[in-house]
Design a protein. Structure first.
Length: 401
């Protein structure tokens, strides 16, 4: 296989293999933001069960992260991406065709399994080929392009959900993921495994040794990432439900709110990348999640379209400053040997937060209401700020000459 690391690196070389698929994936995900919670509600479910439906995809990702990290070292980055894309496309179609609660959660679980393999392979591919001095800007651009898709998606999803039924967005999302399969098939060129790594060494013993060597970083930075992903995932369930149940907005209005917030979010990725590569990762991470948590706390004081929009814009501003921060931090911490396995664990840690977000929102909302759920998520966000401020050292300076 050709070694992409031997070629001069330019961010332009990532447009077709990485950035275009990232845009399409986020567009598909954005289409489902305003519709998935309301689609689950149409099955006659409680808030806790709606949270469970949303969490099942995260659960599928969670149980697959580490096996996916090990598998991609065996079968390669490209094969892993292709399998993941195919599984996500078919399972998303299954969500749209579901008629029972069991079919719904099973399809969501399988979508998470495919998503884990797709995401970790893509993340490892980026870590393989992007030089450290370019990493912050390249991954911030990756995050920014993903946010462009998220900006466009909710309005499309809201329109489809209102005029063509809540199932229709899932069919479009499945088609988009099918397109991603063919883009990867034709434009991804597999990277070589780093020199000195023997295929026979890719076993459980080596994986355990990797954990022992890097447990401290995984424990501290990983704890912060759990809080971050809990906050991010919680936003995707609490905003549609709060807008619908508390304020009385329809699915199209929810889509517009998310798209406006996403516009603010996506506008800031060049700033995030510049800050990370020029000043350090912490200078983007800490302000980002402080602002995000503040915006989440504001939700509990809103009672109209306008006030909810302001709170969601604040969250978009904060999240935009953090574009690519968790990916960059994980890539900085990843060892040269066993990159896939390490990033599999890193994703496992973050995805555990992604899974917990909907469960926390649904569980607390059934007991104390959606406003109290927003306050709880805000507190989790401030906890992330404290962890990154006091427990996680700057990773950029480790790589300075």
């Amino acid at each position: 296989m050709p070694n992409l690391q031997e070629k001069p690196f330019t961010r332009r070389s990532l447009i077709l293999p990485i950035y275009l698929p990232a845009f399409l994936l986020s567009l598909g995900g954005g289409i489902l933001i305003p519709t998935l919670p309301l689609y689950a509600e149409s099955f006659g479910l409680s808030l806790s069960l709606i949270g469970l439906v949303l969490a099942m995809q995260g659960a599928g990702i969670l149980i697959t992260d580490v096996p996916a990290g090990i598998l991609l070292e065996r079968i390669g980055r490209k094969s892993s991406m292709l399998i993941g894309a195919a599984v996500v496309a078919l399972s998303t179609l299954g969500v749209g065709l579901a008629h029972t609660f069991f079919e719904l959660i099973l399809s969501q679980l399988i979508a998470g399994i495919g998503g884990a393999l797709w995401s970790i392979a893509r993340y490892t591919y980026l870590t393989d080929i992007v030089p450290i001095p370019e990493r912050g800007r390249s991954l911030a651009l990756f995050g920014g392009i993903s946010r462009i898709g998220t900006f466009l998606g909710p309005t499309i999803g809201g329109y489809l959900g209102k005029y063509y039924g809540l199932r229709s967005p899932f069919f479009l999302c499945a088609a988009i993921m099918g397109l991603n399969f063919f883009i990867c098939l034709f434009f991804i060129v597999d990277t070589k495994r780093p020199a000195g790594i023997d295929r026979q060494q890719l076993n459980l013993k080596r994986f355990v040794a990797l954990l022992k060597t890097h447990y401290r970083a995984l424990l501290t930075a990983g704890s912060g990432q759990i809080c971050v992903q809990t906050l991010r995932a919680g936003r995707r369930i609490i905003i549609p439900l709060y807008a619908s149940k508390v304020i009385g907005l329809d699915v199209q209005a929810v889509g517009v709110i998310f798209s406006i917030s996403s516009f603010v979010d996506m506008s800031l990725f060049p700033v995030a990348g510049f800050i990370m590569d020029r000043f350090g990762r912490r200078y983007a991470t800490i302000p980002c999640f402080f602002i995000f948590a503040t915006g989440m706390g504001m939700v509990s004081f809103t009672g109209s379209y306008a006030t909810l929009l302001i709170a969601v814009i604040v969250m978009g501003f904060g999240n935009g400053l953090g574009s690519g921060t968790m990916m960059t931090l994980g890539a900085d911490l990843a060892p040269r040997e066993g990159t896939g396995e390490f990033l599999g664990v890193w994703r496992l840690i973050g995805d555990s937060g992604h899974t917990m977000g909907p469960l926390i929102v649904g569980g607390i909302a059934d007991v104390g209401g959606l406003a109290f759920s927003a306050v709880a998520l805000s507190g989790i966000g401030y906890t992330a700020v404290a962890i990154f401020l006091w427990l996680v050292p700057e990773t950029l300076r480790k790589h300075k000459p």
